[in-house]
Design a protein around this ligand. Sequence first.
Ligand code: UT7
Length: 318
Amino acid sequence: MPSRVAGTGSYLPQRIVTNDELARRVATSDEWIRTRTGICQRHVAAPDERTSDLALGAATGALAAASLKPADVDLIIVATTTPDIVFPSTACILQAKLGAAGGPAFDVQAVCSGFVYALAIADRMVSGGLARNALVVGAEIYSHILDWEDRSTCVLFGDGAGAVVLVPSDEPGILSAHLHADGNYKDILCVPGQVKNGRVAGIPFVRMDGSAVFKFAVKVLAEVAHEALTANRRTTADIDWLIPHQANIRIMDATAKKLGVPLSRVVSTVDKHANTSAASIPLALDAGVRDGRIREGQHVMLVGVGGGFTWGSVYLRW
Ligand code: UT7
């Protein structure tokens, strides 16, 4: 049986950090950040908030929208690069917080493509009968892995979580998924530190070759969207809403332009959320659903790209 999305949810930490606030800490300006990235502000988690807390907020919203009780959740997948702890997985911690014990629960680590990877896996598990339903969450606290003295990275990211509930359906909702990775590009975006012998060895902060990432992202986001359209025998006209990973408005605009999708059909939340890595696509999806832009029967193209490098698409009918 195919699967479809039955509900979406979001959670953003209360504290908002504006570009002006960052400009008081590092040598940057609101003007530089806005014009280079489209970012105006980001949410930052409270000191005692963990990724599983953000995930719980988004999951609660998605479950309510899907009219599903937490106890009825079967599979849980959390896409995250910033887990609560080394192990157990944030998905298992979330499962305990929800009171949903019994079904499978695990994390997916594909950085900013994590949500697309997780949704693809959940779709196959639900449609293949391995799970009755699935809660798929993208949740991140990037503020923990940012060097707040490094203006080239600290202005770009934010914290947040987005979630969807997948259920079996007579009509196909998820139409296709295409996933890719090329580990040769592992060094252009990374957190090269590791926990070793009771200490952090190496650099525990985001390191990035911004211009290499920019070029790579624009290339593969458009390619993977085309791959999905070809597999579904569709054209660009069959994208009602394009939801790319929300890293930089210039990457998103360039991708839409390459595809020939008008900017009016791109859902963008990067101005308010900044780059929330695995949470960025489900946060934008939830925004588009809740403000009524994404309507029943429409076709939505999700395209993600991130460290690894990883990239992928999920094409779905709402
Ligand atoms: O999920 C994927 C995560 N990563 C990304 O999406 C990042 C992709 N890359 C980008 O978004 C862009 O490359 C950036 C926004 C990071 C940079 O934009 P750019 O137009 O490629 O700028 P640039 O790298 O050419 O840097 C221009 C200048 C440099 O100064 P010099 O060497 O020309 O004197 C930087 O040092 O801007 C400087 N700069 C800043 N200035 C003010 C870098 N960061 C800042 C800053 N404020 N925050």
